[in-house]
Write a protein that binds this ligand. Structure first.
Ligand code: UDP
Length: 315
């Protein structure tokens, strides 16, 4: 049984990971300021410490999954300085903690380090096309500097693993999270117009959260040196945003129509992971198709919306 710290463990990916860690008998502490996560996401068997990762924290620990950071563009752009701080100060704090206690640290990086890529699919060797001076730069550059921190601490002997996570979806996502899957499924379930930004020809590759969590666990356990390169974790089933909208309508049997809105600045036109490294090194690849994963996520949102409505009627 390992002592495992999960920063951001009350969020969408974090809480799915915590469930899996508890199921395998580990002792789990969640460090989360609940800015985008929820107390109700944290299972009772885990200990929740409600605190900002930017403030010092110390306790003996064997592994750190450092996931803390708002991930939805709508949320991380609300407080860009906090987004930058979380990636620089928060990641430094966690790496210092790992160094003090000889712990391994897995950092949740992102496909956003590739910016608006002019190579597709994106391998880890691609250095990216990132705007350092725009609305997304707090997140993109924040994650890039955090990767540089991981590199520097690994040189000092800290065992570090970096996951570059592509668009992920599934149960425990917040319905008002603002990202494409939550927006489209909630809109389709409510019969509201599907809000496509731009003409919907931009692409994303959607990975179901159970597949991602399996990849994170495999990466943390992977043998190798401290200085192993980052690894893409995502599902290479590339779709246009319009196709995602049409699939959401079909899976919900919804009367929703499509409405078009301006494309946000610096919205990447394409995104698709090259997962050769994860396949070779970790023996990992996703197995859940968008059709199956989105159906399960639809059922989750349906239930969540129904219980919210029921709670509203009671008041
Ligand atoms: N998007 C959209 N309508 C929405 C939400 C998102 O068309 O209601 C588009 C967005 O412009 C982007 C893609 O869907 O091209 C994925 O957006 P998301 O916010 O999920 O994450 P991103 O991959 O941009 O970080």
């Amino acid at each position: 049984m390992a002592r495992i710290l999960v920063t951001g463990g009350a969020g969408f990916v974090g809480s799915n990971l915590v469930l899996r860690l508890l199921a395998t008998g580990h002792q789990v502490t969640v460090l989360d300021d609940l800015s985008t996560g929820f107390k109700h996401n944290v299972p009772e068997q885990a200990r929740l410490v409600q605190a900002d990762v930017n403030f010092a924290w110390d306790e003996p620990v064997d592994q750190i999954f450092h996931l803390a950071c708002a991930a939805s563009p709508e949320k991380y752009q609300k407080d860009p300085l906090q987004t930058l701080r979380t990636n620089y100060v928060g990641t430094t704090n966690m790496l210092e903690l790992a160094k003090r206690h000889g712990a391994s640290l897995l950092f949740s990086s992102t496909s956003e380090v590739y910016g608006d890529p002019n190579v597709s699919p994106q391998p880890e060797t691609y250095w990216g096309n990132v705007n350092s001076f725009g609305p997304r730069s707090c997140y993109d550059e924040g994650k890039r500097v955090a990767e540089a921190l991981c590199y520097s601490y690994a040189q000092q002997g800290v065992r570090v693993r970096i996951a570059r996570i592509f668009n992920t979806y599934g149960p425990r996502m917040a319905p008002d999270d603002g990202r494409v899957v939550s927006n489209f499924l909630v809109q389709a379930l409510r019969g509201l117009p599907i809000t496509i930004y731009g003409d919907g020809s931009q692409t994303r590759s959607l990975c179901y959260v159970d597949d991602l969590v399996a990849g994170l666990l495999a990466l943390m356990a992977a043998p190798g040196s401290n200085l192993e390169h980052p690894v893409n974790l995502g599902n290479p089933c590339e779709m246009t945003v319009k196709q995602i909208g049409e699939l959401a309508i079909r899976l919900c049997g919804s009367p929703s129509t499509i409405s078009y809105h301006p494309l946000p600045q610096d919205d990447p036109l394409q995104r698709c992971p090259d997962i050769s490294r994860a396949k070779t090194w970790l023996g990992w690849q996703p197995s859940v198709t968008p059709e199956v994963g989105l159906s399960q996520t639809r059922d989750y949102f349906k239930q969540t919306l129904e219980s919210k409505e029921a709670a509203g009627h009671k008041q």
